[in-house]
Design a protein around this ligand. Structure first.
Ligand code: FAD
Length: 431
């Protein structure tokens, strides 16, 4: 690659905060709210125009899995309450874990305003600034130009770990054996579905026999490869269904060209999928495209080296880590097919025998090499298989809460992040 030398440039210091949270998805929400409640100044930098990450901009159907998160329950209750005014149309079909995307965005804005958390939307974190092995802030870019945000502690909740990568924390991508990463998806919503007759297959392993054939098999045969499965979810709004059915493989979410290719592949599948739903799926005969996600759903990219790293066995054996910062985590190993549609053979959704909750130790949030920085959400340290489990949003928000509390305690006590007493974090985040 030929190189262009960028002119050195003086940029303004646009903020000086105790805790800077990069990325406002589930992990970023948990981190910012918890840090603010510990009385430190908090700022969130978010590339999109809303908080929630994949939950909102990514148009996710519902919050899955389980964890010890308290903030998640608050969000559920507030969103459900607000949604009564906006019309939560399907109380019998949708639990509070269903996402009413636009109401969810409003509720998250309100929560952040209440906690005095500063938010910078449409702002991209471009570079971590590290001095003597510690991160001291990040360079961002937005409509105002480039700026430096000085921070005592930084939480990386960008999903891909853009800050940690820029700071030089070692990582690998995807599956250990070959670097393949999980496929990506653009979620979309359709309307005009007849709920009385409609089917809502929630997993790859849900088969539905219809007069025209079995739905998963028909999808595999008829949808444009690598699409080829049927995943449909009820929504709180009338006659609306959230579709998790587009699929692009061999995409690297940290590479701009590859990411753009993934977007175009997924988007090109949407109309053929709707045609398929109308023709083959009972209750969908009159459905129409309502909206598509503005943020593509990237499932997997970088896995960082932490002081500790979560393994498949930690989850399978539900190991209890004394230095836990997340408790009662539960989900299945959700590995989508890395080379086609549906589920990878290592992924299990039904028939999952593990009913015990697992814990996540503090060391998975601490990068091995850099001080002042916390990993949070789907970019904590863990193996490809463990990641397929802890990437679920209920676990990511709990990871954020732990990071927020740890960052705030470390600022207040003037201690390095790795010296914060885990028992104090545990007391605040709760079991
Ligand atoms: C298609 C798909 C379907 C899924 N289905 C479910 C489901 O049904 N239920 C469930 O619970 N989980 C589901 N998951 C998993 C879950 O949504 C994610 O793993 C989870 O949202 C990760 O949370 P996070 O906060 O770590 O990252 P994200 O939700 O990805 O949030 C990261 C945020 O950081 C911002 N950001 C990224 N880079 C930068 C940057 N450089 N500068 C500024 N901002 C930045 C992004 O805009 C985003 O808002 C699904 C994931 C995908 C992709």
């Amino acid at each position: 690659m030929t190189k262009y030398i960028e002119e050195s440039n003086q940029i303004p210091v646009i903020a000086d905060v105790d805790v800077l949270v990069c990325g406002g998805g589930p992990a970023g929400i948990g981190a910012a709210i918890r840090a603010a409640r510990e009385g430190v100044s908090v700022m969130v930098v978010e590339a999109m125009d809303c908080l929630g990450g994949i939950a909102t901009a990514g148009m996710m159907s519902h919050w899955g899995g389980r964890s010890s998160s308290k903030v998640m329950q608050e969000i559920f209750d507030l969103t459900y309450e607000k949604a009564q005014d906006a019309g939560w149309h399907h109380p019998n079909w949708c639990g509070k874990d269903a996402i009413y995307h636009d109401v969810q965005k409003i509720v998250l804005d309100e929560m952040f305003l209440k906690e005095n958390i500063r938010v910078l939307y449409y702002t991209h974190v471009c570079k971590a600034v590290v001095e003597n092995g510690s991160i001291i802030g990040v360079i961002v870019e937005n409509k105002s130009g480039r700026g430096f945000i000085k921070a005592k502690r930084v939480v990386d909740s960008t999903g891909d770990g853009d800050v940690a990568a820029s700071a030089g924390v070692p990582y690998f991508k995807g599956r250990e054996s070959d670097g393949r990463m999980q496929p990506c998806t653009i979620m979309f919503k359709i309307c005009g579905v007849d709920y009385k007759r409609a089917v809502f297959p929630p997993s790859f392993e849900t088969t539905v026999d219809t007069p025209k054939g079995e739905l998963q098999a028909l999808a595999k045969e008829l949808l444009p490869f690598p699409a080829g499965h049927v995943l449909l979810y009820t929504q709180p709004t009338p006659d609306t269904v959230c579709c998790n059915m587009t699929n692009a493989i061999e995409i690297d979410g940290t590479d701009a060209e590859s990411l753009s290719k993934g977007v175009m592949i997924c988007r090109s599948q949407i109309l053929p999928i709707i045609k398929f739903l109308k023709e083959y799926v009972p209750g969908y005969e009159n459905c129409w495209l309502m909206s598509t996600a503005s943020l593509i759903g990237i499932r997997e990219t970088r896995h960082f080296e932490g002081i500790e790293s979560l393994s498949k066995d930690d989850i399978l054996e539900a190991k209890f880590h004394d230095n836990w910062v997340v408790r009662r985590a539960w989900f299945n190993f959700d590995v989508h097919n890395l080379t086609g549609a549906s589920l990878d053979k290592t992924g299990v959704q039904h028939g999952w025998k593990q009913n015990n909750d697992y814990t996540i130790p503090y060391g998975c949030l601490l990068p091995k090499t850099i001080e002042g920085l916390l990993l949070s959400g789907r970019n904590i340290s863990g193996s490809h298989l463990a990641h397929s489990n802890f990437r679920i949003m209920s676990v990511c928000i709990a990871l954020g809460e732990a990071a927020g509390v740890a960052a705030a305690l470390s600022v207040k006590q003037g201690k390095a992040l790795r010296d914060v007493d885990v028992k104090e974090i545990q007391e605040i985040v709760g079991e």
